[in-house]
Structure formats: C-alpha cells, structure tokens
Design a protein. Structure first.
Length: 303
C-alpha cells in the first residue's frame, strides 16, 4: 500500500478507532469513516448493520477495511441481555462488513478480536497456534472471527487482531484505574496470579498500520505487548508510575458479588498471550515492558 491509499474504518469513534484515524491521516492516507448516522462529510459513509444495510459500492477503490466495532465488555454487569448485546454488536456487523468487502473486492480486512479467544490460560504462554477456550468470551471471539469468512473466501487477506488491555493516556481501562491508584486505592484483584495481556495505544495503532501494509500477515494475530504480566505485577507497576503504594487486595468473592460472571472472565482470569505472529513478521514494539507502557500512559494525553 502507498501513503495515499484509502482505508475504511468501522468503529472509528472509539478509543482505538480515533487514534487510528489520526495516524492514517498523519501519514497521508485517505480515511473513509463508516458511520451509523447520516453522513456529515464526504469522508463518511452510512451503514445500518442491524438491518444488514451496507452498499458494497461504497468500498469500491478502498485498499483496506479496519473493523473495530463492539460494545465494551466491561461497560456494565453481565445480564443475559447485555451478553447478547456483546454478541450482536460484533458478529452481525462483521458479517455485513465482510460480505461488502468480498463483493467490492477489497484486498485487506483487519478485524478486531480479543485474547479472550483463549479462555483462562493460567500461567501457560499462548501464541496464535493455541486453540480456543470454552467460556463465554472465548465462544464470542470464535464466532466473531468466523463472521469474517465471506471476505476470506473471496480472497481478501484477513487479519484477526486479538487485542489485550490497551494502555492509553486518556480513555480505556486506565481512565478508571488511574484516579483510584492516585488516591492510594490501587488493589490487587484476587490472588493476583492471573495474567493481563497488555499493549500501549501507540503500539496498538502502529500494529494496525503494520497489519494493513504487511502482505504476508494473515489470520489470528495477538495484539499484545511482548512481556505479559500478572495482575500483581501490573498493580505494583501502576502504583509506582503514580507514586502511590498498593497494599490493598480485593477478594475474588467481593468482585463476584458486585460484578457477577464478568469478575471471573474479565478480571480473575487471563491470558499469558505472546505476540508471536507480529514479531515473526518483523514488528518492533516501542513499549516492550509494562513499566514502559504505563510510563507512556500516565505521561499526559494521547496525541
């Protein structure tokens, strides 16, 4: 791809999407934002994935599509209805977009996924060759990735971006954690031995750009930093970054009482996910350790 290539982005108003659009424009790419409201400018195109409405002609001449759609898994306590909304916000829209990509002959689709694909792996390292877990988030990721099948069958190079916890200066999980840690209320969750696969927002965006351009990168790709850490290590490191002690512990039973099923899947379990595919393809991280990522993420605001 050249610097003046056209990249269409669904989910462009979220944390990652906003940063990606800025990075694409900064490198002279033309960006087409796929939106669910009436377009307000020439660089926007309307779709209604809930009704399957998307005109493939809108993607004619587009060099790559990046799909970042999906309701935040930690937005609220998991009920049956909310779990269904997590599926509906990912699987249906991805099927619609993959079909349009196939019909328009777009050569590249980078589709969001999550390291939750692997389930709770304990201390066992997992790369992209590992199979799926069996909990709700794992089944969600499996079905989410399968929704790209139409594009792959049409010959599109599909990258499944299995992302971990994104460390950003504003927004994301740290926007909720930093104020607590700054007040000395940072706490280990449960026994603290669960792994937290992380990546800085800067490296997440750089990896997305890399995936768009790297012709030999396809299939599942872990978008995680090269050195995953336990929750205990993360807690200690974030405390140091904001110059506060972290002696507190939130017991697992208390998290379950407040958050229900999400506590086990989202906070007390984890994945020791390794970015083998990215590193094999030649990607170099700017932030190689959680200390570097948190120093970046607590330094100010994202560009």
């Amino acid at each position: 791809m050249t610097s003046d290539s056209v990249v269409a982005v669904a989910g462009s108003s979220g944390l990652i999407g906003t940063a990606l659009v800025s990075a694409l424009r900064a490198t002279d790419h033309r960006v087409l934002r796929i939106v669910r409201r009436a377009p307000s400018s020439a660089d926007e195109v309307y779709w209604n994935p809930d009704n399957g409405e998307f005109d493939p002609e809108a993607l004619y001449g587009v060099d790559a599509v990046v799909n970042l759609c999906g309701v935040n898994i930690g937005e609220k306590r998991w009920s049956g209805a909310f779990k269904q909304s997590l599926r509906d916000s990912r699987i249906g829209p991805t099927e619609v977009l993959a079909g349009a990509v196939a019909d328009a002959g777009v050569p590249v689709l980078v589709n969001a996924s999550a390291v939750g694909y692997y389930g709770d792996t304990g201390s066992h390292p997992v790369d992209e060759s590992a199979g799926p877990g069996h909990n709700f988030l794992a089944r969600l990721a499996v079905d989410w990735e399968a929704a790209t099948t139409a594009a792959a069958r049409a010959g599109t190079r599909v990258v499944l971006a299995r992302t971990g916890l994104v460390m950003a200066r504003s927004g994301g999980a740290l926007s909720r954690l930093k104020p607590l840690f700054s007040l000395g209320l940072g706490a280990r969750l449960g026994n603290g031995r669960q792994y937290m696969p992380w990546i800085s927002l800067e490296d997440q965006v750089r990896a997305l750009l890399f995936a768009i351009r790297q012709d030999d990168l396809a299939g599942p790709v872990n978008f995680t930093g090269p050195a995953p850490v336990t929750n205990a290590e993360f807690t200690t490191t974030l405390g140091r970054a904001v110059n506060r002690p972290t002696p507190m512990v939130v017991p697992g039973f208390a998290l379950r009482a407040v958050l229900g099923e999400f506590a086990d899947e989202g906070l007390l379990g984890g994945q020791r996910a390794i970015p083998a595919a990215l590193e094999r393809a030649g990607f170099h991280f700017h932030h190689n350790t959680i200390g570097e990522a948190l120093a970046y993420a607590t330094a100010g605001t994202d560009d």
